[in-house]
Design a binder for this molecule. Sequence first.
Ligand code: ADP
Ligand code: MG
Length: 542
Amino acid sequence: MQPQIILLKEGTDTTQGKPQLISNINACQMVVDAVRTTLGPRGMDKLIVDQNGKSTISNDGATILKLLDIVHPAAKTLVDIAKSQDAEVGDGTTSVVLLAGEFLKQVKPFIEEGVHPRIIIKAFRRATQLAIEKINSLSVKIEKSNIKEHRALLEKCAATAMSSKLIHQQKDFFSKMVVNAVLQLDELLPLNMIGIKKVAGGSLEDSLLVAGVAFKKTFSYAGFEMQPKTYRPCKIALLNIELELKAERDNAEVRVDNVAEYQKIVDAEWQILYQKLDKIHQSGANVVLSKLPIGDVATQYFADRDMFCAGRVPDEDLKRTMKACGGAVMSTVHDINDAILGKCESFEEKQIGGERFNFFAGCLNAKTCTLVLRGGAEQFLEETERSLHDAIMIVRRTIKNDAVVAGGGAIEMELSRTLRDYSRTIAGKEQLLIGAIARALEVIPRQLCDNAGFDATNILNKLRQKHHQGNKWYGVDINSEDIADNLEACVWEPAIVKINALTAASEAACLILSVDETIKNPKSGGGDAPQMPVGRGMGRPM
Ligand code: ADP
Ligand code: MG
């Protein structure tokens, strides 16, 4: 008799082999089903309520998956690729999840029949490589020398990115705004140099783009209203100093035995504050911004000298002002001088809706801008911000890699045709596998049709026929239940979005296919782990 070998602790859960693979694929299908209906211009939105009762309405695949808080270890891969697509290119997050899910769904029958996952993975590698070569050879290069044309193209890409969002009615308005915003940045196109501020109220069209920094007026004390609200030009002192009287109640103990002594202490306090204020005044600054509070004495002092001040400025806004206007954030006033003041052409405080905003325009140093969004409910504004983020990312991408392809399923249909044609030239299992991958690519146009309520079979048949005849840019025409040349219809997407989505989706599929065993260690497994007895430390003997 063979002795029994115990390798793993009691309670360890292992599943392996084919059933494990199939169950992982099924889990991924569930994730895909969660975002399936959000794809495309006619896609629906999801309302997600988290455990704190905060609700979010979104159409963005990455946002939805992030909020869903998925625990299945294999299905988490899909969440990760959506996130990475969001970080890398900013758009195409739903598409990437959908593609990965469909890849897996199409190869599931092969797994069930016992084809080794390695062979499937090899087919995936080959197919992705072919597809990317095809995208690169098909993509339309943009003429950058003609500034007007270049602009028009960027606007079209931004409009396509927004056409599936809540704000699609206003996409013309916003695509101009987004392109303006991005073109104001320097060559590196840093994303954090575009500030987005939301002010509830008004209509979406009241949103405005400020060439410079803008932030909400901070809390202020009496005397603030006497300060001037416009300067041009303007010098800005950026501080990290508290300009407030430190009252004696604050963590200090001083023993005094007569009133004169006490008065001296109070006077000293005022003197210290006034010394600081004098230094700031002498530096020649008009506007004083501080991360820390600016009290009523200081506010009054600045008002008397025709200076403007704002305390408790959010860190991010202060940094953006510093980057835009130059200068440095000081934590002492001792060597404050003209060289370290930020400079800009004009400063103004303006009313926007129910809020007052401080505007700094004509900044010399870095190029920056701020979008002030207006609109109804807060959730609506948040979704608008996310949609604009997608559009901004797309415009940046298009400026950096200047190649576009037609969207609306056109590029996917063309890739599908290419792969199908290729599969006919090879023999063996790989032929069937590449054929399956080609079929999987059709999921994008099919889902676009389904979401719009079109007859997907009919439209896909028409598309297959067109692409077979060599009309490579035909895709779904969302406006008239038909097909159309989407390059002419100006449904454009940066090629890099598609390349990235394809690579990520096929990598995720390969990753899931190469896992054939999950071992859940009861200790690190979390939820179903046996509970430690209460009242005993982890390491203590029982
Ligand atoms: P993702 O998160 O993947 O970007 P979207 O909901 O933004 O998902 O949908 C993008 C899909 O919608 C792309 O395949 C794109 O080509 C398609 N699309 C966008 N605008 C149009 C349009 N006007 N007509 C047809 N398809 C469109
Ligand atoms: Mg999109």
